[in-house]
Ligand binder design. Structure first.
Ligand code: FAD
Ligand code: GLY
Length: 392
């Protein structure tokens, strides 16, 4: 890694071009523009309408924890701790609410098999020293009375929260523009300009936008941007997720916590929308909402929460998780001087927004990388020469 961030002779900070107007690109743009940098965000569609729009907005370090991912869990937990204060800062900068909700999360078991799996997850979390509470079926239903009488156990995680991710990206765009950032929507970056091993800017169409620093925040499309050498092309692929939303009565919602049922998770919004997700599919950039995908989500939900039966289905959609080879994000410097990574957030890009945005911005402004982020550099995927030829 070169670790070198060149300083512009005229501006207080470097001139920055950001590829991608999702939560990562907009958030980093906001921080840098607020610090006085000349920032340009390029978004080939409308800002914030890709994964950052498709997400459920769960801030679920505990519910999403996986075995053997200790370092990633630490990063997730650090970001989770940042969320309450960080949300207030975004709300103040944007002048709008993010609907951050801290009722906590319930993970529910119905069958004996579910209970065994839940025991395993509970033990995993306890092994990490995390506070989670084992509940009987009756206690689980006391907390969420519309759950099926067949509910046999639950785990309550007081620390896993949620935010309205669509409000988050809207707020970050407002904050970014208010801080003086330039936004180019419906403007595709067609090439990263690199000369003598250093990033010089980006091409949008035929026009070169010169910059001292280029931030790669193009989500699931990050490895496809032309001009990147193989050593700086992040190994990201899209993992398709289908979601649906039902409409509850906001004054009498069926559930108040985020609830994970076997085969689906449910995030109740303040406006009564019940977000249900999500499939996990290796299908490239396939945008179809399928009968099977929706059927599974609804059936799994209905078995645990039968009261959804009469609710109107108001929206269905597909999003693409930006997923690296080890499911962890790719953050910070690259082998190309001035090319900085902010991608690969897989299932947790909303959760990881505070740490990603603050750490990457800090690195660009001060040349210092937060210790929690250092294990997540692109250098961990050192490609063999054969692989590099294949990726070129
Ligand atoms: P994106 O939001 O995808 O933004 C990248 C942007 O780059 C896009 O707008 C795209 O148009 C643009 N772009 C691409 N190529 C170019 C180019 N050449 N030029 C210009 N622009 C370009 N995370 C959580 O923490 N909690 C959740 O509950 C959660 N649920 C999820 C559910 C689903 C179904 C999915 C799909 C994801 C979920 N995630 C969740 C993950 C989270 O949404 C992502 O990790 C995060 O949004 C990634 O943000 P991003 O800014 O990197 O990417
Ligand atoms: N984090 C939820 C999902 O990716 O589906």
């Amino acid at each position: 890694m070169t670790g070198e961030i060149p300083k512009s002779p005229t501006a207080p900070g470097p001139r920055v071009a950001i590829i991608g107007g999702g939560v990562c690109g907009l958030g980093i743009g906001w921080r840098l523009a607020a610090a006085g940098c000349r920032v340009e965000v390029f978004e080939r569609d409308k800002t914030g309408r890709a994964a950052s729009w498709a997400a459920a907005g769960m801030l679920a370090a505990r519910a999403e924890a996986e075995p053997l991912e200790d370092t990633l869990l630490e990063l997730n937990l650090k970001s989770q701790r940042m969320w309450p204060e960080w949300a207030q800062e975004v709300e103040a900068a944007a002048g709008m609410a993010l609907d951050y909700r801290d009722e906590g999360t319930l993970i529910v078991a119905v069958t004996r098999d579910d209970v065994e799996q839940l025991h395993f997850h509970h033990e995993l979390l306890r092994g990490f020293g995390l506070e989670v509470e084992w509940l009987s079926g009756a206690e689980t239903r006391r907390r969420e009375p519309f759950l099926s009488p067949k509910t046999s156990a639950g785990v309550y995680s007081a620390g896993d929260h949620q935010v309205d991710n669509r409000k988050l990206v809207t707020a970050l765009e407002l904050a970014y523009l208010d801080a003086g950032g330039a936004l180019y929507e419906e403007t595709e970056v067609t090439r990263v300009e690199i000369a003598n091993g250093a990033a010089r800017g980006v091409f949008a169409g035929d026009e070169l936008h010169e910059a001292d620093v280029v931030v790669l925040a193009a989500g699931a499309w990050s490895r496809e941007i032309p001009g990147l050498p193989a050593s700086a092309r992040p190994p990201i692929r899209p993992i398709k997720g289908q979601m649906v939303a039902l409409q509850m009565d906001p004054s009498a919602p069926l559930i108040r916590h985020v609830v994970w049922v076997p085969g689906a998770y449910l995030a109740p919004r303040l406006d009564g929308r019940l977000i249900i997700g999500a499939t996990v599919e290796e299908k490239g950039f396939d945008t179809d909402v399928t009968a099977g995908g929706v059927l599974n989500l609804l059936l799994n939900t209905w078995e645990a929460l039968p009261g959804i039966d009469e609710l109107p289905l108001v929206e269905s959609w597909v999003g693409f998780r930006p997923t690296s080879r080890d499911d962890a994000p790719i953050l910070g410097p690259s082998p190309v001087e001035g090319l900085v990574m902010a991608t690969g957030h897989h299932r947790n890009g909303i959760l990881l927004a505070p740490i990603t945005i603050d750490a990457v911005s800090d690195y660009i402004l001060k040349g210092r990388l937060d210790a929690a982020v250092r294990p997540f550099g692109i250098d961990r995927f050192r490609l063999s020469e054969v692989e590099q030829r294949g990726a070129a």
